[in-house]
Design a binder for this molecule. Structure first.
Ligand SMILES: *[C@@H]1O[C@H](CO)[C@@H](O)[C@H](O)[C@H]1NC(C)=O
Ligand SMILES: *[C@@H]1O[C@H](CO)[C@@H](O)[C@H](O)[C@H]1NC(C)=O
Ligand SMILES: *[C@@H]1O[C@H](CO)[C@@H](O)[C@H](O)[C@H]1NC(C)=O
Length: 348
């Protein structure tokens, strides 16, 4: 009952800015594109040029903290920054992806299994948890600043940065730093950070959450889920199998995937992946079979979101005139991906 009252009292305060409302449960591509800029900026030593190109001066998005700590498991820093806008009454926490070559990363992440308890919320991968522990203090400190206590919080990141966002967000609510309706997550190319139990806990704690995936980006398929062996691929299918929505053994995504089967340029279609199995919708990025032996295009799709090569775009200050190399030609796979879009949802 108390929760109920709080919820409504929040909604009824007129004219208060920066409180997420029911619309925030909807995917907003404009917002996603803005947060992609911020996720890209995390690859740069100075996020300011990207901030200036993404927000108007009136929004006064100001860099509050920049952090970079050694994350031994990838031999790289776990890094990020935190931005505040008093005008919008918002804090944005941004985590950086890794500098390690994607190929090396794949080898490391392919074998991971969720095995570390995450504050009673289920099991998560030890590597991601270790990165979380090393960066958490910066998040906690910023969100505890008294004058910001009522500010909404956005959390974002690309790749490993998405994994760290996926852990920081539920921890923020779990630790009482914010309530569920004050936090919104949009990640890009996020790997599976935890198991099924973690996924359920996450979905309860962080209802405004979007996991943007691009075509056959390989990283969201890592670490692997346990496949549902009761499923029989129909004749003519490529043999892909859905994740088992009952198994707590492998990786299992949290909500909510937004899959772009095409090239993610302006007007590119996308799917809101609310189908089954829940959080691992088999009509989205799980539909095409993932070939771990041929990852060239899967790695390209991982690096490229919304038409930009994410790390280079960020290092270049989010300059919209930058141009990037196109994808490696893999017509077979590409046509497969485009044929998947619009395909009827398969019964699982
Ligand atoms: C989507 O986000 C943009 C940028 O924050 C905002 O201006 C716009 O009003 C939002 N659209 C909806 C439908 O909420
Ligand atoms: C912008 O925000 C910063 C940090 O909160 C504050 O110090 C500064 O005075 C603000 N600038 C304007 C023009 O409001
Ligand atoms: C993106 O895809 C659209 C539709 O398939 C195509 O018209 C456009 O040329 C593509 N853009 C790039 C940069 O590849």
């Amino acid at each position: 009952m108390l929760k109920f009252c709080l919820f409504f009292s929040v909604l009824l305060i007129p004219g208060v800015q920066g409180i997420f409302g029911p619309d925030d449960a909807q995917y907003n591509e404009t917002e996603a594109r803005m947060l992609l800029n911020l996720a890209a900026a995390a690859y740069s030593l100075d996020a300011t040029p990207c901030l200036q190109r993404t927000f108007t001066p009136a929004e006064n998005q100001t860099l509050l903290t920049t952090f970079s700590v050694r994350c031994d498991f990838i031999g790289n820093p776990c890094a990020g920054y935190i931005v505040v806008s008093d005008v919008l009454q918002q804090i944005t926490v941004v985590f950086r992806g890794t500098k390690t070559s994607s190929q090396l990363l794949l080898e490391g992440w392919t074998t991971l299994k969720p095995s570390a308890d995450f504050y009673g919320m289920g099991l998560v991968n030890t590597y991601f948890r270790s990165g979380h522990e090393k960066t958490w203090q910066y998040v906690q400190d910023a969100l505890s600043i008294p004058q910001y206590r009522n500010y909404d919080v956005y959390v974002t990141g690309h790749s490993l940065g998405g994994a760290l966002a996926g852990l920081a967000a539920p921890r923020i609510v779990h630790d009482g730093l914010r309530q569920s309706h004050q936090i919104k997550v949009i990640t890009f190319g996020e790997p599976r950070v935890g198991n099924l139990d973690f996924s359920h806990a996450y979905d309860q704690l962080v209802p405004y959450s979007f996991r943007v995936t691009h075509a056959i980006d390989i990283v969201p398929h890592l670490p692997a889920c346990v496949k549902d062996l009761s499923y029989t691929p129909p004749a003519g299918s490529d043999g892909s199998m859905p994740c088992d929505p009952m198994s707590t053994n492998g990786g299992y995504h949290h909500a909510l995937e937004v899959w772009y089967p095409g090239n993610m340029t302006v007007g590119s279609p996308y799917m809101i992946c609310t189908g089954l199995p829940r959080d691992e919708d088999f009509s989205c990025s799980n539909a095409p079979k993932v070939d771990l032996d041929d990852t060239t295009l899967g790695v390209w799709d991982h690096r490229n979101y919304f038409g930009v090569q994410v790390p280079d775009f960020g290092k270049g200050g989010c300059d919209p005139t930058m141009t990037f190399k196109g994808p490696p030609t893999k017509t077979g796979v590409l046509s497969l991906v485009s044929s998947v879009f619009g395909r009827k949802r398969r019964a699982v």
